[in-house]
Structures are given as C-alpha cells and as structure tokens.
Design a protein around this ligand. Structure first.
Ligand code: KG4
Ligand code: ZN
Length: 339
C-alpha cells in the first residue's frame, strides 16, 4: 500500500513518545511526554520512577499521536518500537504497549535499535512542507553523540553500519551532564551548559583535547577531570567560580575534538556526507561548527528530533519494514543492544 505509515513508540529512557510517519520521512505527528521535571531533583534519571511514569503515560501518548493525525491504528502499516539499548524497565513498557497494539490490530511489529533511530532522525521532515530536503546519501559518516553513546559509524547503505570508533569512557552527553553537576548547573546538563556558555569566554581555559591519534575513538574523562581540578582550585582559594568561562571552555574542547576527528575520518573514508545525530547534536555551537566547514555537506536533524523522540523510531522502523524486517510478538527488549 502507498503511502506506508508507521506508528513509532519510544520509551528507552525518560521520554514517553509516539509518532506517525509516512514513507519513512514525512512526519504527521510527534508526541513527546518528557519526565525531565520528575528526575531533575535526583540530578539524573531514576530508573524505577521512569518506568512507572511510562506506564501511566504511554497509552495517552499513542492515542494523541493517532488522534492528531486523524488516524486509527487500522490506518498504519506497522508498529515500530525501541527494543534497546536503554533502561530495561522503561523499554519493557513501550515494548508491551506495542505488542498489545500489534496483537489487537494484526499489524506487524518492528523492533528498532535506539541508536539506529537517532541516525534515521536525519531522514525526517515535517509532512506539510513544500520542498522536502534531499535524503542523506551514502556513503556517509554518522557521528552519534547522545547521553549514553558517542561513536563514528560508516554507512554504505541503509541499515548498514561499520563502527569506526567510539568513546573509551564517558559519552559526550554524559560529559556535559557530569560537568554541569560540577558547575552546579541543573539537569539535563547539555542545555544548561550551552546556555551558561553563551555568557562565557571559550578561550579562558585551555582544557585538554584527547586526540587518541591512530584510532577513531574518543575520550572525555580527562577533560571532565581537568574541569574538576580547576573547580577544586577555585574552591580552595575561595574565589568565585567563573562558571560561564568554564562552561564555554569545556564546550569548546568537546566541539573541537568531535569536529576534528569526524572530519579526519570523513576524508579518510571518502564519504559524500557527514550526519550528526543524538541528543548532543541539539547543541547550537556544535551544529554551527559542523556547518561552518565547507569540505563536506552535513545533515543534522531538526532541534526537536535530536533528543529522544518516536519519529526517529518510526523512520528506522520504516526502512526495516519495507525490507521485510519485522519481528515476532515474543521478542524481548535488549538493554545493551549495540548498533
Ligand atoms: O539522545 P538523548 O536524548 O538520549 C540518549 O539516548 O542518551 O541524549 C541526551 C543527552 C544528554 O546527555 C543531554 O545533556 C544532551 O543529550 N543534550 C545536549 C543538549 N541537549 C541535550 N548536550 C549539549 N547541548 C545541548 N543543547
Ligand atoms: Zn537517545
């Protein structure tokens, strides 16, 4: 049938989300119920609180995504759901909701890797625009930067990934979150650091850049420790902490390492494009740095699609579904599923 419509469901962490996507790209509705306020007082995601909140919200969120699109479950061709990686208890809520819907409607179930979803967010555009942007073209180099992952993947075709390298310690988003905590900035750390850094000088502190020459890997723990050491020095001397300068200098170091390594890999592997995805790709200075270089075209998802959402799960689910990659109703979640 044409168009192909996919209902996406995402509950891997602290967002309960559902979306309706047509033909793998045209986004009709995307509902994201965030739990950020609920977790902020713990300074991070509290797994049991997250799964219980998903239980309370999931059906209303799916309902809303369908209603806003003026569709019923009978009008979709497949149900795509995040199978992993993520918090087991959270993943289970989305998975069971998707199975229930699949069983009741007879529509096929597609289990999606959350990281694959982040990458496919670059395919998504609003359904109501006149000239959709061109789809990403292969071979491409995908830099995935999220709260749990930081990796460089070479894609020569749909659903095909060659992992060139990854972080050896903290993920980029995790580094943002940890450094934000060190600086007394609220959770989630990425947006807080970005905002605070706007008032700061990125050259105030020369923080270390782990190059890890000869590999495509990353490391952010040395940078985090350098910030910690500086914070301690200020505390010892009871000098006021230059929070904005520290945030700006930290952010500049992260951007420098990500851009330099990605460009080097893009040259080495002769890709046509660079694709930036994952929660950290919402960072404005990071986006600007990638877009400022003119060597490679860069695809970055819209701001709202960088952090966790279900449109990206529907997109990856679409490209699996049209290749016959559906799953049976007895699949389990995979909390540590690599891409
Ligand atoms: O992709 P995502 O929503 O969840 C995971 O799959 O991990 O990514 C969340 C991460 C968090 O670490 C958050 O601090 C970071 O993305 N993040 C940002 C920004 N917005 C979210 N980091 C830097 N700048 C931002 N504007
Ligand atoms: Zn994510």
């Amino acid at each position: 049938t044409f168009p192909v419509r996919v209902l996406g469901i995402e509950t891997s962490c602290d967002e309960t989300a559902a979306a309706i996507l047509e033909n793998g790209r045209a986004l009709h509705t995307s509902v994201v119920a965030t739990q950020i306020d609920l977790h902020a007082k713990y300074g991070g995601v509290f797994p049991e609180v997250a799964s219980r909140q998903h239980v309370q919200t999931i059906y209303a969120v799916v309902e809303q995504a369908l209603q806003q699109a003026h569709l019923g479950i009978k009008d979709v061709d497949a149900i795509a759901v995040t199978r992993g990686p993520g918090l087991a208890g959270s993943l289970l809520v989305g998975m069971n909701a998707a199975k229930g819907l699949a069983l009741a409607s007879g529509k096929p179930l597609v289990g999606v890797n959350h990281l694959e979803g982040h990458i496919y967010s670059a395919w998504v555009h609003p359904a109501d625009i006149q000239d959709p942007p061109p789809a990403p073209e292969f071979p491409l180099l995908a830099l995935l930067v999220s709260g749990g992952h930081t990796e460089l993947n070479l894609m020569t075709d749909h659903l095909t990934y060659e992992r060139l390298g990854a972080t050896l310690d903290d993920a980029a988003g995790e580094a943002f979150d940890k450094v934000a905590r060190l600086l007394g900035l609220p959770y989630p750390g990425g947006p807080s650091i970005q905002k605070t850094a706007e008032q700061g000088n990125p050259f105030a502190f020369q923080f270390p850049r782990s190059r890890l020459e000869g590999t495509w890997d990353f490391s952010f723990s040395g940078l985090k420790t350098a910030v910690l050491r500086t914070v301690k020095e200020y505390e010892q001397d009871t000098r006021p902490l230059p929070v904005a300068d520290l945030a700006a200098s930290f952010q500049a170091a992260v951007i420098d390492v990500l851009l330099t390594k990605t460009l080097a890999a893009a040259r080495k592997f002769g890709v046509r494009q660079i694709l930036l995805a994952g929660g950290v790709s919402a960072n404005r200075p990071l986006r600007e740095a990638f877009l400022a270089q003119k060597e490679f075209p860069v695809q970055i998802p819209a701001f709202s699609l960088c952090t966790d959402n279900a449109a990206m799960i529907a997109a990856a689910g679409h490209f699996r579904f049209v290749r016959g990659k559906t799953d049976s109703l007895d699949i389990d979640v995979m909390p540590n599923w690599p891409l």
